[in-house]
Design a protein around this ligand. Structure first.
Ligand SMILES: Cc1cc2nc3c(=O)[nH]c(=O)nc-3n(C[C@H](O)[C@H](O)[C@H](O)COP(=O)(O)O)c2cc1C
Ligand code: SF4
Length: 434
């Protein structure tokens, strides 16, 4: 797509108002949908588009919607996951703060598709400004008749509420989120049953990411077939927001079709490596996705291409690390985050993340041994696939990949009894578990 969709109004403070949105074709997709589409037809259109979830797992959106059992007498819910806590990811916040009506229009169409009459936006507690903007945008939409009873005379009723989270990463995991939305501690649930069947208040619930839902008006406006032509192939179709942070000259948010080349993203669009330094490693899709070496980044940023080289597209939160980065320290930083955010329900995740933090701290302080390097990889291997929710895997995957791809640097820490990268560094102990 030559023109921008998400970022087309970048820098315009009016873009969040309903008047601006309406003046630029906003809510036309909703009008078209309510006039000409039955709910099942919307699901078919989204299936045709090839849209996959932009929250990290890449599950096909239309297919997920089709799992809602329509013979279940309970209410159906749509929940927008606006938790966005994955380090390196800052795309949903842009949509919320600058294009809230794109999200709201997408949510109304999606709720109609799954026959829901009540939807929630679960927003990360720290996004105070975002929650305020959403509340104002919802009030505007209600006033114009896009929400409430008998929307646009169609006979369809819907309301949407904003629910602010407590600020825990685990509340971004869909079942932790549902627990939190029900007013409980955000402890993930065992699956199956999946939320589409047993979700919020034991009722069928679809949980979708902000960016996923904000794609829906575009799909309904131009058609699923048109959308599926964007990107490298129909299984990796559409448009995408890419976040780039770390050691680049121009960090920020970029919009392209799916399949942007990772090397081009870093060296052309993000301005190359900071101060002309050498590239050392790239985390392509948010902090939990396996790290890549510089010789691996000539790759298409899409679900299948990144999976083929052993990593993940995730939330497209690309973190760039240059030659001044100590990979032990970088992993130590990541693992402290996961240990802190583990909800503690599963032993491998609760204990394993703590052990990894201790080993990494030891290595970074020059107190580790060569055996510790293998022990680290071993612990990560014992967390993988043995937990209730994927946070365990999210903590294990960086550890496994960092040790595998930068093994020499880990070994050198043990052999030299100091950090060989940041020789002058005086390490401050910042974690409570040290
Ligand atoms: C620990 C953890 C944190 C997550 N955080 C988020 C998040 O902040 N936002 C999000 O959309 N999905 C997050 N997810 C993924 C959700 O569980 C879920 O797959 C997603 O919201 C589904 O939406 P989608 O199909 O539109 O991608 C997280 C998953 C895990 C395991
Ligand atoms: S994997 Fe970790 S975060 Fe997920 S349920 Fe188990 S202990 Fe909690």
């Amino acid at each position: 797509m030559s023109e921008l969709y998400f970022l087309k109004n970048r820098g315009n403070p009016e873009s969040k108002t309903i008047d601006f949105y309406l003046a630029h074709g906003g809510y036309e997709a909703l009008k078209k949908t309510l006039k000409s589409f039955e709910p099942n037809d919307v699901i078919e259109e989204v299936k045709k588009s090839g849209l996959r979830g932009r929250g990290g797992a890449g599950f096909p959106t239309g297919l997920k919607w089709s799992f809602v059992p329509q013979d279940n007498p309970n209410p159906k819910y749509l929940v927008c996951n606006a938790d966005e806590s994955e380090p390196g990811t800052f795309k949903d916040r842009y949509i919320i703060e600058h294009e809230p009506h794109m999200l709201i229009e997408g949510m109304i169409i999606s709720s109609y598709a799954i026959r829901s009459h009540l939807a929630y936006i679960y927003i990360r507690g720290e996004f105070v400004q975002g929650a305020r903007i959403l509340e104002e945008a919802l009030a505007e939409a209600r006033e114009k008749g896009f929400l409430g009873k008998n929307i646009l005379g169609s006979g369809y009723d819907l309301d949407i509420y904003v629910h602010r989270g407590g600020g825990a990463y685990i509340c971004g995991e869909e079942t932790g989120l549902l627990e939190s939305l029900e007013g409980k501690r955000g402890w993930p649930r065992l699956k199956p049953p999946f939320p589409a069947v047993v979700g919020l208040f034991k009722s069928p619930t679809i949980i979708n990411n902000v960016e996923t839902l904000a794609n829906v008006p575009l799909i309904m406006e131009r058609g699923g077939d048109w959308y599926s032509q964007l990107g490298p192939n129909p299984k990796n179709a559409g448009i995408k927001l890419y976040c780039v942070s770390g050691h680049v000259n121009r960090p920020g948010l970029f919009e392209f079709e799916m399949g942007m080349n990772l090397k081009e993203l870093i060296y052309e669009h993000a301005g190359g490596i900071y101060k002309g330094h050498q590239l050392k490693g790239v985390i392509p899709g948010g902090s939990s996705t396996p790290v890549l070496r510089p010789d691996e980044i000539d790759v298409s940023m899409d679900y299948d291409s990144l999976a083929a080289i052993g990593t993940m597209f995730g939330s497209a939160g690309t973190i760039v690390m240059d030659e001044t980065t100590c990979m032990v320290d970088a992993l130590y930083n990541l693992e402290r985050f996961y240990a802190h955010e583990s909800c503690g329900q599963c032993t491998p995740c609760r204990e394993g993340t703590m052990w990894m933090v201790k080993l990494l701290r030891r290595l970074e302080h020059g107190e580790g041994t060569v055996e510790d390097v293998d022990l680290l990889a071993d612990i990560a291997g014992n967390i993988m696939g043995r937990t209730i929710c994927p946070l365990g895997d999210a903590a294990a995957m960086p550890a496994k990949s960092f040790v595998q791809k930068f093994r020499d640097e880990f070994i050198e820490h043990a052999k030299q009894h100091k950090c060989p990268v940041k020789k002058d560094k005086s390490i401050k102990v910042t974690d409570a578990n040290a």
